[in-house]
Design a protein around this ligand. Structure first.
Ligand SMILES: Cc1cc2nc3c(=O)[nH]c(=O)nc-3n(C[C@H](O)[C@H](O)[C@H](O)COP(=O)(O)O)c2cc1C
Length: 213
């Protein structure tokens, strides 16, 4: 699988190759997935991006508009890439490949599933296999009635316990015409939050202490 080949870019000095952070950008079936291409483009400016979409999300994503540098994986790819024992399993390979994951938008349904540990598609299998020393960001997007429903609070508490970083939704006129909270955080806010977080994680990596060798 091409994912196994690390991609690097040269640093400004040209001396050392610099590994860009590897991010899984995943979308579930909220209307806000129409912004998926914009978010993929802005993350691609500074990170290596692999995209994942649920079946419902594909209703809102214009696949033709995605940059060719962003490979989009869907549920069928799990089975297309596996034929026999010993073959790579896509959700495990993606989980190994990534430094971080962002689910934007996060639908009420996928929130409920990941909160309960369910894993019946590519996106939720990646989350279920995740290494929680690496960050998972979630940007919920749903109608206000869903956002204010008791289940949302319960499910957010569960994913908060797992260490998920919540990119809070914002109040505005929603796609259904209602006004209220539940719209996905702006792609620019999601992008800058991830960029800052990944940058600060990189700078926390301690240099090797040579005199202890
Ligand atoms: C037109 C339309 C718009 C929808 N918008 C949302 C939404 O904004 N947020 C949400 O949580 N669910 C929304 N849904 C419902 C989800 O698509 C549905 O719960 C689906 O099962 C989600 O699947 P997924 O979580 O696997 O992507 C919408 C459904 C339709 C038909």
């Amino acid at each position: 699988m091409a994912m196994k080949v690390p991609t690097s870019v040269s640093s400004q000095s040209g001396a050392q190759p610099v590994q860009r952070p590897r991010i899984i950008l995943a979308a579930s079936g909220s209307v806000a997935a129409i912004k998926f291409g914009v978010l993929a483009d802005s993350l691609s400016d500074w990170a290596e991006v692999r995209a994942v979409a649920t079946k419902s999300a594909l209703h809102f994503i214009d696949r033709q508009s995605l940059s060719p540098s962003v490979k989009l994986y869907v549920d069928e790819d799990e089975w297309a890439s596996w034929g026999k024992i010993g073959d790579d399993v896509l959700h495990i390979e993606l989980r190994k490949w990534a430094d971080a994951m962002v689910i934007a938008p996060l639908s009420a349904n996928t929130l409920g599933k990941v909160a309960g540990g369910l894993c019946d598609n590519l996106l939720t299998c990646i989350v279920r296999a995740w290494d929680y020393s690496k960050p998972v960001f979630v940007a919920p997007a749903m109608n206000t009635f869903m956002w204010e429903n008791h289940f949302t609070q319960k499910h957010l508490e569960s994913v908060n316990d797992l260490g998920f970083v919540l990119l809070s939704p914002i109040p505005k006129k929603l796609a259904c015409g209602d006004y209220g909270n539940g719209a996905m955080a702006e792609p620019s806010v999601i992008d800058s939050t991830l960029r800052l977080s990944m940058h600060s994680r990189e700078s926390q990596v301690k240099p090797m202490v040579l005199d202890s060798l």
